[in-house]
Every structure is written in C-alpha cells, then in structure tokens.
Design a protein around this ligand. Structure first.
Ligand code: AKB
Length: 320
C-alpha cells in the first residue's frame, strides 16, 4: 500500500524510466511531494511543469544531504546510471558513477532515516556462463560489461545494507525497456525503441544486432507497474533482497520487424551488427521470474504485438 503522505525523491528523473515513473508517482503521492532530480533540468514539458525539480549530481554527497534535510524524504528511487554500451566507452567513469552513486544514496537513506529505497538492476548481471533460457533467479553470474559488473556488485551491497543495517532497499533486474515518451540512452536493447521511430518516419532501419538475437524485453507500462507493485508490497513479502528477476516477453530484431510490418507493410530492416552484438550474446534470451510472481503477485500485461500496436498509435499521435 502506498502511504500517500510520503515525500519521494527520484534521482535520474529525466531519463527513459525516470520521466515516466516520476509522473506516475506524482499522481499517487501528489505533485508537490515528488521531487524530480537530475544532472540537467527536464526537457519534457509535463515533467517540468508538474512539480519540484532539483539539479543533482548523485556523486555530490553534500547536495544530496541538503536535499534530504530540506524535504525529509521517505522514499528514494535512484535511477541514475551509465548503461551497458556507453559504459564500455569509459569503464572507470561508469564504475564510479554506478557504484559511488549507489553508496551515496544508501548512506543518505541510513543517515536521514529514509524508509525505502528503490534501485534498478538489470539482466546485464548475467554473463556467458549463465544458462540463457529461462534464466533462474539464483544462478551463475559472470557479467563481462562494466555496467553488468556494477549491477552485480550493487545487488550484493543492497542485500548487505538490508541484512546489516535493516535498510528497506528493493530492486528489479529489468530487461530492455521500451516506451514512446522518452528515448533510452546508451543501452544494448535501445534498438527496440529506435525501430518504431524509424518505421513511422518511413526510413529503413539499420539494426546494430543480428536478426536472430533474442533478448528479454518489457513495455514501459509493465515496468512501471512492476516497480510500483514491488515498492508498495508489504516488507515481509519482499523476500529477495538482492534483486528480482523480471520478465514479460522475448523477441529478436526479425520478430519485432515482423510485428511492425503488420501495421506498416513496406517497413524495411537491414542488419549491421556492431560491438553491442557481443554484449547481447552474453545476456539471457529469456528469464524465469517465478519468485516475483510468487512473492508479490507479478504478472505482465503486454505481448510484443500488443506493445507494437500501442507504441505506433502513441508515437503517431506525438508526431502529428
Ligand atoms: C541496456 O541495454 O544496457 C539496458 C539494460 C538491459 O539494462 N537497457
């Protein structure tokens, strides 16, 4: 259950997930109670005009402490991260931002008695030795991107803060997220958003993954539902304290192109795999999320074709 008088901080509020999650939280908790924070102000008009914004670098502990003293947050969603593809271009910086940012938020939560923290993990915690089909909750993890390594280490630290200090930190291992409101930045699954934009612009889509590369994916409304359901579940039901596997659908570039062709028959795709292919090949193709189903009742609503229909409809409206 949501305690609607809570004040909530969303760090990374202008990103692909943050911009939508902040708007959902503002509906639930009241606009003034949800502070959007990011390194630069929001470009999205709805986000900008609907509630408080604070310019925050998650590496700056002093700014975070000032904010916590000012707003007395009861919940923090810490979404700021360098993703898989961008992380490989500057591994040391990705490690610094992803790890120091997480420590700053966990310590802030302890020092300022913030009740609950949300921190996203990813399918990137898995690696080449992980079983790739129906990947179990508990299994071999040998991530080989700096992003994946930081998410795996971050999961261990979340569990540590829960076990040692009693901090109520909750987490999901997101698959690739697809939405029409904001673009992702720097991930290996980004093609699955870009493809809809190119299809509607009448352009041939050049895909950086090969045609039969299967990856786990999720439509944004399902990702929002999962995040809020987990955060609102009674603490006793949240039995996994590193991060929950989460699943909705798996598809290849060839299959998403076929789904788009049902609406835009002359849509064309060509394949030019680049360095991101190697990252995709090290990740699972499908995920077993039975722990999330059992513990807090997770179930997704969108299939590939239902997502395609909704994406094209909404993107068309936005481009009009
Ligand atoms: C990425 O591709 O890096 C992200 C992820 C799967 O965590 N979308």
């Amino acid at each position: 259950m949501a305690n609607t008088s809570d004040t909530v901080l969303v760090i990374g509020a202008c990103g692909q997930l943050g911009s939508e999650l902040t708007m959902e939280l503002r509906q639930m908790y009241g606009e003034a109670n949800v502070v959007a924070a990011d390194i630069a102000p929001p470009k999205q008009a709805d986000l900008r005009d609907s509630g408080p914004f604070e310019k925050v670098d998650v590496l700056d502990k002093n700014v975070l402490a000032d904010l916590a003293a000012k707003y007395k947050f009861k919940q923090i969603y810490h979404l700021a991260a360098v993703l898989s593809a961008t992380g490989e271009k500057n591994p040391k910086f990705a490690w610094k931002l992803n790890m120091d940012g997480l420590f700053n938020v966990l310590d802030l939560a302890l020092e300022h008695k913030v009740g609950k923290v949300y921190w996203p993990s990813s399918i990137a915690v898995f690696g080449p030795s992980t079983p790739r089909q129906n990947t179990p909750q508990q299994t071999i993890m040998d991530p080989n991107t700096v992003y994946g390594i930081s998410k795996q280490a971050g999961e261990r630290w979340c569990e540590y803060y829960f076990q040692k200090y009693g901090l109520d930190v909750r987490s999901l291992r997101y698959p690739g997220l697809i939405g029409y409101k904001a673009l992702p930045g720097g991930g290996t699954t980004d093609y699955a958003v870009d493809i809809y934009h190119k299809a509607l612009e009448g352009e041939t889509f050049e895909c950086f993954l090969s045609e039969n590369t299967y990856l786990p994916m999720m439509y944004m409304p399902d990702a929002l539902k999962a995040t809020l359901d987990l955060m609102h579940a009674p603490a006793a039901q949240v039995k996994v304290r590193d991060s929950y596997n989460l699943s909705a659908m798996s598809f290849s570039p060839k299959e998403i192109a076929a789904s788009i062709k049902q609406h835009i028959p002359d849509f064309e795709i060509v394949y030019k795999p680049d360095a991101r292919q190697q990252i995709a090949d090290s990740w699972p193709q499908s995920i077993d999320d039975s722990a999330a189903q059992q513990d807090w009742g997770w179930s997704p609503n969108y299939s590939l074709d239902a997502m395609t229909e909704d994406m094209l409809l909404n993107l068309k409206k936005m481009k009009e």
